[in-house]
Design a protein around this ligand. Structure first.
Ligand SMILES: [Zn+2]
Length: 299
């Protein structure tokens, strides 16, 4: 099992579930002098002096209609606001910022707790932006539960933030020596290998999705499937669920579209690759953690 120290996970906020449906309590949080707001612009963080901006509520005028309550931390209430209807220049001025940047470009130098809160804010703001109208009747929706729901103004339907689960799998070959399967994906670099991954489809359990994805992409049949860990992946609405699986045989047959090559690596080969490149897998992803976990900890 992987220790859950993954990027974008382990957020420190108390989401205040017992209070967030109370408009009086929420308004009190909104007006508190301790309240801070994380502004985002079209999914991007706003920076000042190369630091991610978090603005005191009173310094962000005109943005209270769609403030989203994230939760409480040691400093007080924390909200997010999506400035995407503004131009980039207008958003920078509103937040007294000087640049925008994608969270994935910043994560390596952010404290884990801050990255988790920013990911939460990013995913939630994106969902609000795309859920302005009811999919049932087409009427406008409005924020409910401080931001963890939207309510249709036409048919009263409730809309909840959408999460799109995907499975990511480290497949082990049968027999000895121990080997694991990495794939080279279409569009990736010529020497870029990572674990197999794909979205869960309607009507599937997570384990079903593992078996289907590995078979579809690499032509590998697996039997035993074991949960490892999960990772919040708000780019824009993912949840990565990591598994190990045991292949029935080491025969591969790549689909040629998503996967260009499927290759079994021994631990010695991966040690050499890591020594030569300095890392394995995608650095801010569970992919990186799962490969290294297999390499360093597995028997
Ligand atoms: Zn509706």
């Amino acid at each position: 099992m992987i220790v859950n120290s993954l990027p974008y996970c382990g957020g420190p906020l108390d989401r205040a579930a017992r209070h967030r449906d109370d408009p009086v309590w929420l308004n009190h949080q909104r007006e508190s002098p301790r309240t801070t707001v994380i502004p985002l612009w079209r999914d991007r963080c706003l920076l000042r002096d190369d630091q991610v901006v978090r603005v005191p509520r009173k310094e962000l005028p005109g943005a209270d209609s769609e403030l989203v309550f994230l939760g409480l931390d040691a400093t007080g209430p924390v909200f997010a606001v999506d400035l995407s209807t503004l131009t980039e220049a207008e958003a920078l001025t509103a937040a007294d910022a000087s640049a925008t940047a994608d969270l994935r470009q910043l994560v390596a130098r952010l404290p884990g707790a801050e990255a988790a809160v920013l990911g939460y804010a990013r995913g939630l703001c994106r969902w609000h932006r795309e859920q302005q109208y009811c999919g049932g009747c087409g009427a406008r929706t409005r924020v409910g539960d401080g931001g963890l729901r939207r309510l249709c103004t036409g048919c009263d339907r409730q809309h909840f933030p959408r999460i799109e689960p995907a499975v990511i799998t480290l497949v082990e070959a049968p027999g000895h020596p121990a080997r694991c399967l990495l794939g080279r994906h279409a569009g990736g670099g010529p020497d870029s290998y990572s674990l197999l991954a794909g979205f869960v489809e309607v009507g599937e359990a997570l384990e079903d999705a593992v078996r289907r994805e590995v078979a579809e992409e690499a032509g590998v049949v697996v039997d035993e499937v074991t949960y490892q860990a999960s990772q919040a992946w708000p780019f824009p609405a993912g949840l990565m669920v990591g598994f190990r699986a045991r292949a029935v045989s080491d025969t591969t047959d790549v689909d040629g579209t998503e996967l260009i090559e499927a290759r079994w690596f021994t631990r010695a080969e991966l040690h050499d690759r890591r020594a030569a490149r300095g890392y394995l897998g995608r650095l801010d992803s569970i992919d990186h953690v799962m490969i290294n976990s297999w390499l360093d900890l597995a028997a």
